[in-house]
Design a protein around this ligand. Structure first.
Ligand SMILES: [Zn+2]
Length: 506
């Protein structure tokens, strides 16, 4: 902390608490968006200067670069902690990141409003129990041009399994460093652009939507807790603060197509953390109809309020969450080989109807439609038995490099006396429906094989925190697997053997 103030456009007063170790701001701090009266968005230069000023003023906050974008902009993490960030094991660690999609500006603006508010003395209680890392902007390059994708033209929120883009790699390396127990990925949704919905006469109209872990390989306890305990609190909190809200349920329009909870693909931010048994969420704020600045004040405040709901909830239940995540992660790394693991899932009905808040184009009024074809449950439709681990041939650089980017733990091949090696034969290559997309789907047959030279392989045991990522990615018939991506599709050919081997118990 420095006490010399760099060119701040406003006067600040300080109060000193806890001797010299804690300095908190007693006066409202204004983000670049507020200073511009919500008429212009914060640019990268403006917001990074703003958070560095906050850093200089407060001992609660340390700003760190966790990596760089393709165009060389720092990806900044604002770390709030009453001690050294991440060091106090009694604290529950929370990661909130926004703006993976560069044209979703309200996430960044909301995160900056949150950052300023967290430095107010009345909010410092949160950090008695939490350490928070807040990344206002993952995709600075996209944001500067108000584009969804990064400078490579890649959708970053479809890159968490294949992990090819520097922004996403940085995010995961940061996650790996602290193993956050709670994560929230902040986005915007765009109901205006759907022609189908326009014809139907309605559009969805909630200020904020909240999505939880949906992949059925995530601990049932975490999923139940998220759905039945956290979501009601979150919704209540937003309602009390006058922001309309609902659960994140895309699809429809009703009667034409089903409505489901959003994807279970672990290639997005929320699910990629969630699959490591993290209490992981996605927040989707309503965007502007034809202008990303439209209603930005309300939108940014809505996003901030949703993030604040998460912090408040985590504060109130910090020990429960920490214990639950700790226990479920321990379970994850000590699972028995042979237990079933879902590699193909579907969205199914439970019989429940969903009250969907909508806006009517005809009357200009809000109402609620009861959705009958509502499929909130993700059910496994195809499973494999959990192996001890996978053998990845060293002569396949695409797989070796991927495993390095993922930073999997590798180990020595278990004693050959205790294991069998299995290899897949690809019989035919078919296609299946995955969340309304047609994807390639190989049919495979498993065969026992001789152990080839162990020196030719890297061994990845599945009993590690990223074990579920290994299984999802490396099973050839997994609908979320690597081979469904163009870079890896050549690894499956009809009539040939799949190069990754399974190691199972004898
Ligand atoms: Zn998004």
């Amino acid at each position: 902390m420095r006490l010399s103030l760099p060119n701040m456009p406003l006067t600040l007063s300080f109060i000193f608490l806890l001797g010299t170790t804690q300095v908190l701001l007693s006066q409202e701090l204004h983000t670049p968006l507020e200073r511009k009266h919500f008429e212009e968005l914060s640019t990268y230069a403006e917001w990074t200067a703003f958070v560095k000023q906050l850093d200089d003023m407060s001992n609660l906050l340390t700003v760190e670069s966790v990596g760089q974008t393709l165009e060389g902009r720092d990806i900044l993490a604002l770390q709030f902690s009453k001690s050294t960030f991440g060091q106090d094991k009694s604290k529950t660690r929370v990661l909130i990141c926004a703006q993976q999609h560069g044209n979703e500006q309200s996430g960044k603006e909301g995160a900056l409003l949150l950052a300023a508010s967290l430095l107010k003395p009345e909010n410092s209680y949160l950090f008695d129990r939490l350490d928070l890392a807040l990344i206002p902007q993952v995709n600075a390059d996209g944001s500067e041009q108000n584009k969804r994708r990064n400078a490579n033209g890649t959708d970053l929120n479809r890159n968490h399994l294949i992990l090819e883009e520097p922004e996403v790699i940085a995010l995961h390396h940061f996650f790996d460093r602290y193993l956050f127990e709670v994560t929230m990925d902040v986005h915007e949704y765009a109901p205006y652009s759907s022609e189908k919905w326009k014809k139907y006469g309605y559009r969805t109209n909630s200020d904020e939507l909240i999505g939880v872990n949906t992949n059925c390989n995530v601990s049932q306890e975490i999923r139940d807790f998220s759905n039945h305990v956290f979501v009601p609190f979150y919704r209540d909190f937003l309602t009390k603060h006058h922001f309309s809200n609902s659960i994140y349920a895309p699809g429809g329009p009703p009667e034409m197509d089903y409505i489901r909870h959003s994807t279970y693909d672990i290639n997005d931010g929320r699910q990629s953390f969630g699959i490591q048994n993290t209490f992981s969420l996605i927040q989707e704020g309503l965007n502007g109809e034809d202008n990303f600045k439209m209603r930005i004040q309300h939108r940014a405040r809505g996003q901030m309020t949703g993030m604040r709901a998460l912090l408040e909830y985590t504060f109130q239940h910090a020990k429960t969450i920490k214990k639950m995540v700790g226990k479920q992660r321990k379970k994850l790394i000590s699972q028995k080989p042979g237990t079933p693991y879902a590699i193909q899932m579907e969205h199914t009905r439970t019989g429940a109807e969903h009250p969907l808040p909508v806006y009517s184009y005809a009357t200009g009024k809000d109402s609620v439609i009861m959705v009958k074809d509502y499929r909130p449950l993700v059910k496994s439709v195809s499973e494999v038995s959990r192996p001890l681990g996978y053998l990845v041939p060293k002569n396949l650089p695409e797989l070796v490099n991927w495993s390095q980017r993922q930073a999997f733990v590798s180990g020595p091949v278990p004693s050959l006396k205790k294991i069998k090696i299995e290899q897949y034969l690809v019989t035919t290559i078919d296609s299946i429906d995955f969340e309304r997309d047609t994807i390639m789907h190989p049919k495979v047959r498993i065969e026992e094989t001789e152990m080839l030279n162990p020196e030719d392989f890297l061994y990845f045991p599945v009993n590690q925190l990223k074990g579920n990522i290994l299984i999802t990615a490396l099973e050839p018939a997994s609908e979320l697997g690597l081979v469904t991506y163009p870079t890896y599709a050549h690894l499956v050919k009809a009539g040939e053997k799949f190069p990754v081997l399974r190691v199972v118990k004898k």
